[in-house]
Design a protein around this ligand. Structure first.
Ligand SMILES: [Zn+2]
Length: 304
């Protein structure tokens, strides 16, 4: 959802590029692609395929402001909320199964929890659920509903080592030029054997193959702060570089347009095509959503 909402005091400002190296940590220089955004061509890492925006530092922080607006991430229509709850429950059940524990015995924190939809779903299932959200107004809205939500960055909470059984982080890492710092902190606060679940968009998806520069995930105006775009390989490399073992990386869902974004005569056939392609996309790793279940190994250097 969101990560930082105002530039740190030491941040460079102005017209310099916000990202200058592969966020996954590869050393090879980035090269231009033929995906042309208003910020300039997306850059690609030759080692892991990560795509990176050429946004300026000033524009990056400008687009991040939307996450603290009181209207941000309001609950959607009832059908959307229902779908959201079903997805959250499925993910929470998977976490419990991987940990082989009852929800009551699982302490979980959702990083970038926004209004706390996932924290609420976890609490409803009996998890010891907490959240952390850097946008101060949105964090306060979440707390006002009775949820245990902290304001600020995860790193600022200074949780003791091995405090949590599970960490979740949805649509956060695409905002970060240095995601390794946050993943390392997740690893530190997880107990050995603990699970990190994270999600982001998939640039290896058929959605991107069809939409190219028009993929809404690339649109910095709609999707504030999106600067770093993953594929299954780059996500795997990031996870391994931060000390995690990969339990499972999966993709899901085809999507071409949102309702209302294009005329009905274009939306309806595209929606039908997306529904038909959902299943093969999932099988072949070409879905729009990229989801990774990762685990802090029991002992350093092992993968179980
Ligand atoms: Zn790379």
């Amino acid at each position: 959802m969101s990560v930082l909402h105002s530039p740190p005091a030491s941040a460079e400002t102005g017209d310099s590029a916000y990202v200058s190296a592969c966020p996954v940590g590869c050393e090879a220089p980035l090269s231009a692609t033929d995906i042309i955004l208003p910020e300039g061509p997306l850059l690609r890492c030759p080692d892991c395929g990560q795509l990176v925006s050429q946004i300026t530092t000033a524009r990056y922080w400008e687009t991040m402001k939307q996450f603290d607006h009181p209207d941000y991430n309001q609950p959607g229509a009832p059908s959307q909320q229902e779908r959201g709850s079903r997805v959250a429950q499925r993910r929470l059940n998977t976490i419990a199964a991987l940990l082989e524990r009852r929800p009551q015995d699982i302490r979980l924190i959702d990083v970038g929890c926004s209004r706390g939809h996932f924290v609420r779903a976890a609490a409803d299932l009996g998890f010891q659920a907490e959240g952390v959200e850097p946008a101060p107004h949105i964090a306060a809205i979440a707390r006002a509903t009775g949820l245990n939500v902290y304001s600020g960055l995860l790193e600022e909470q200074r949780f003791p080592e091995q405090s949590f059984d599970a960490v979740t982080m949805f649509e956060v890492i695409e905002h970060l030029r240095e995601p390794r710092t946050l993943l390392a902190e997740c690893c530190r606060i997880l107990r050995p054997g603990g699970v990190l679940l994270l999600s982001t968009g998939n640039t290896a998806s058929w959605t991107v193959a069809a939409m190219g520069a028009r993929w809404d995930y690339f649109d910095i105006t709609r999707a504030g702060g999106h600067i770093s775009f993953f594929n299954p390989q780059s996500l795997q490399r990031l996870a391994a570089g931060c000390g995690f073992a990969v339990v499972r990386i999966q993709t899901a869902r085809m999507k071409f347009h949102e309702r209302g974004e294009v005329p009905a005569w274009r939306y309806t056939p595209a929606k039908i095509a997306a529904e038909l392609l959902n299943y093969p996309a999932r099988l072949l790793g070409r879905g729009h959503d990229l989801l990774a279940y990762l685990r802090r190994p029991q002992r350093a250097g092992t993968t179980s």
